[in-house]
Write a protein that binds this ligand. Structure first.
Ligand SMILES: [Zn+2]
Length: 216
């Protein structure tokens, strides 16, 4: 009791409880953040930004199914990677995405790449696998004969709250980003990311061998 007879104890308890609630709610939001997006590209749709044009500048006014916008989104996400990138990609021949992966590796991001064995031997995709391997990135191949490593997913900072899973139909090729119907979902659900990380590690540890191609 204060001199004027007002008991401030309940008031203090109320303020502390409110502060505690705000802090805990903020923490809960960070832990359960669910920011998902899905991009589709469509064959036959008029395009505003050619993904093969390095000077294209996709923006908010882009058409709904703009292929340049999807490429930019993928590149932006790789460029913002801070800790790790795990890529399981059946075919990977797009040099602009490979440039981003290479830059991530050079700034200290731990990059692991698994590509399909038959694709790694084809002329189209070997360039990026070999290039990335020669730069010091861990590259492995998986699949044997007609058993393909057919995944197309990528985890960017997959073990962190802000990390993202990219998954869908798109191979990181020029064809996929210039003429096909494709979809890519950007997902940051913790549980889903964990399941993909688990599957990635399983393939990495059990069903892949180091990519080997002699330096040119
Ligand atoms: Zn566009």
């Amino acid at each position: 009791m204060t001199d004027d007879g007002v008991n401030i104890v309940p008031l203090l308890i109320g303020i502390i409880a409110l502060l505690l609630f705000v802090v805990l709610y903020d923490w809960y939001k960070k832990m359960t953040i669910n920011h998902h997006e899905v991009y589709f590209v469509m064959m036959g749709e008029p395009q505003c930004c050619n993904p093969n044009d390095a000077n294209a500048s996709p923006n908010n006014n882009c058409r709904k199914y703009c292929m340049g916008k999807l490429l930019k989104k993928i590149m932006d996400r790789i460029n913002s990677a801070k800790h790790s990138i795990c890529i399981a990609m059946y075919n990977f021949s797009n040099h602009r995405i490979a440039d981003c992966v290479l830059r991530a590796h050079r700034r200290g991001v731990k990059v692991r790449l698994i590509i399909d064995k038959s694709m790694s031997e084809s002329n189209e995709s070997k360039t990026q696998a070999k290039r990335l391997k020669d730069a010091g990135i861990h590259v492995k191949v998986s699949g044997e004969g007609d058993k393909l490593m057919h995944h197309k997913f990528c985890l960017i900072d997959g073990t962190t709250a802000k990390g993202l899973l990219l998954t869908g139909s798109l191979n990181w090729t020029y064809g996929g980003l210039s003429k096909n119907c494709e979809n890519v979902a950007f997902i940051n659900n913790r549980r889903v990311k964990h399941l993909y990380r688990d599957a990635f590690d399983h393939i990495w540890n059990k069903y892949s061998v180091p990519f080997f191609r002699e330096r040119a």
